[in-house]
Design a protein. Structure first.
Length: 285
């Protein structure tokens, strides 16, 4: 078999794989949105849920989803950012840093249900937070922390060494070079990483079932982080598994479509400015 034939077969294989994957994703989008969008309305999106009667909404669950997302990012971004910077700039290459990197990579592959049980034992039982929004947010932050550390370290390492050397040659300190040169240059990749962990937090359910609970506050919106906070993804599971409302299937379809739309809009709102920033930093290329 000649090299041209091999190259042609490989090209056809990769094109076919890409088309199949895109087709599957398109089918999921059409199926979920097609079934769910007809059930979306102002009352459904912002109304309160019902336990027995039909016609309930998902307003508190949608609010809790963004509240948990915000609190988890507040916890995970600073810790992950500084940890990644430490590993990329300050850490010496020895057995300890190698162990840290291996541990971070191992934690990033742990199933979310394990983090949920750990968060239940640590935050709900040991710290006495019970089922609460802050307990769920902290556990989601633990889930996303290894990914944030690895993304930050790799983003810093992708910045050309000449940036770092030029900054130090001009008399800046290490912290000034990191703050004014490395972080701005690595910002597009950092934003991409934050987008990934944010989307993961919005769609997480296994962790929040054990830490944030399956109920919502009587007040809406309720900013008390010690209250129970069922999110939209958890509500979707609950409606499909244990709900007693007669229109459970319609609520599940609408919740799935709403969750998908929220994740897509959030990713677009973050990725588009990231692309613009990346073009500006690269001179418009």
């Amino acid at each position: 078999m000649t090299s041209k034939t091999t190259d042609r077969i490989a090209t056809i294989y990769f094109w076919a794989s890409g088309i199949i994957i895109i087709g599957i994703l398109a089918w999921f989008l059409v199926r979920i949105l097609g079934d769910g969008i007809p059930h979306l309305s102002w009352h459904f999106i912002f109304g309160k849920p019902e336990e027995i009667k039909a016609g309930g909404g998902v307003g508190p669950q949608l609010f809790n989803s963004f509240y948990v997302l915000f609190l988890s990012l507040v916890i995970s971004i600073p810790i992950g950012l500084f940890s990644g910077i430490y590993l990329a700039i300050y850490a010496q290459k020895n057995w300890f840093t190698d162990l840290v990197r291996i541990s971070v990579e191992a934690l990033s592959s742990v199933p979310s249900i394990v983090f949920g049980l750990f968060g239940f034992l640590l935050f709900a039982n040991l710290l006495g937070l019970k089922f609460s929004i802050i307990g769920g947010a902290a556990t989601v932050a633990l889930l996303n922390l290894p990914v944030m550390v690895r993304v930050t370290e790799e983003a810093i390492r992708t910045v050309p060494d000449s940036y770092w050397e030029a900054s130090l040659a001009l008399g800046s300190t290490k912290w000034q070079a990191i703050r004014k040169v490395l972080i701005p240059a690595a910002l597009p990749n950092l934003i991409t990483g934050i987008t990934l962990i944010a989307g993961r937090a919005l769609g997480e359910s296994a962790i929040l079932i054990y830490t944030a609970g399956l109920s919502v506050s009587r007040f809406f919106p309720d900013f008390n982080p010690l209250k129970m906070g069922e999110t939209l993804s958890v509500h979707l599971w609950y409606i499909g598994a244990e709900s007693l409302v007669p229109d459970a299937k319609e609520i599940a379809k609408g919740s799935a479509a709403l969750l998908l739309i929220v994740v897509l809009i959030f990713n677009l709102l973050v990725s588009i400015p990231s692309r613009i920033l990346q073009k500006r930093l690269s001179g418009g290329k």
